[in-house]
Design a binder for this molecule. Structure first.
Ligand SMILES: Nc1ncnc2c1ncn2[C@@H]1O[C@H](COP(=O)(O)OP(=O)(O)OP(=O)(O)O)[C@@H](O)[C@H]1O
Length: 272
């Protein structure tokens, strides 16, 4: 039913909408290295879309194209039906796209709450000048942003550490705080860069649960890249598989799991 333009309903009753982002024949080069070779796929509203592949397959490069950080030499990215020009990070954020990073990028000296509040920056309308003139308006906005941040802190079950400086937290919790900050932006599209990397089994299970409930509760469209094929199979509606810069598979987890090219890539069989 994936060819229905308006979307479809999943086996577990979730509504998947129309295509929000379309990658058309993307090629990205770094000097002589072709990191992405003529890849096309789309991301639908409300789905959890994974991009997986072995080391060096081109996943991070692809996430950076999706986020607008890299502009491909060939092909184009359509967002909500319109070609997307080169953009600055704040313009990407204004379009409702948020992301997390593989190497956690938090303000280590700041508390969890303050870090999550930085996720609200794109929603702050009151500039310094009008803050000076309209104190009431600035205060109302601050309260509203704080309420959203607190709601997300509750949702991700990190209330107990809301005042703790991030530097003191273990790795798994830092990853969750980063997720909270991205979610605080109330994004339409959330990009997760190897959300489970470096986690133990229990932390991976927690992270999977939060990703799924975020998608369910807020209807957030999620695109994630991951090295480990196992962890994304239970999470994702559809999976793109990359190997040596090429797309070698695209479909439901079951379709991808049974694709011989995918099996070979993960077993290290050469594709020359
Ligand atoms: N900034 C860059 N400059 C030059 N080459 C790059 C750059 N970024 C990536 N590459 C090259 O592009 C190819 C794809 O790398 P990329 O990091 O996108 O793969 P990946 O699938 O994310 O790998 P990993 O799982 O190891 O993070 C590799 O050959 C890599 O060396």
């Amino acid at each position: 039913m994936l060819d229905q333009a308006d979307g479809y309903v999943t086996a577990d009753g979730r509504q998947i909408g129309p295509v929000v982002m379309e990658m058309q024949n993307i090629t990205l080069r770094f000097g002589g290295v072709e990191a992405i070779k003529d890849i096309s796929f789309d991301i639908r509203e409300g789905e959890v879309r994974a991009i997986i592949g072995p080391n060096g397959a081109g996943k991070s490069s692809m996430l950076n194209v999706i986020s607008g950080f890299y502009v491909p030499q060939e092909g184009q990215v359509l967002y909500k039906g319109a070609p997307r020009p080169a953009m600055k990070p704040f313009e990407v954020a204004r379009q409702g796209i948020a992301r997390t990073f593989q190497n956690i990028a938090l303000f280590e000296g700041m508390s969890v709450l303050d870090n999550v509040m930085t996720g609200r920056l794109t929603h702050m309308k009151t500039g310094m000048f009008s803050q000076a003139l309209w104190k009431g308006r600035a205060e109302a906005e601050e309260t509203e942003n704080r309420e959203v941040a607190e709601k997300i802190i509750d949702f991700l079950e990190i209330q107990a550490i809301r005042k703790t400086p991030v530097a003191r937290l273990p790795y798994g919790l830092k990853k969750r705080v980063e997720l909270a900050r991205a979610l605080a932006a109330e994004p339409n599209l959330l990009l997760l860069d190897e959300p489970m990397a470096g986690m133990n089994v229990e932390e991976k299970e927690d992270m999977s649960r939060f990703i799924l409930s975020m998608n369910d509760e807020f209807g957030t469209t999620i695109a994630l890249i991951e090295h480990d094929m196992g962890v994304v199979m239970d999470l994702s509606d559809r999976v793109v598989v990359m190997d040596y810069g090429k797309k070698i598979g695209d479909g439901t987890p079951d379709e991808v799991r049974n694709n011989q090219d995918v099996i070979d890539a993960y077993l290290g069989v050469s594709h020359d």
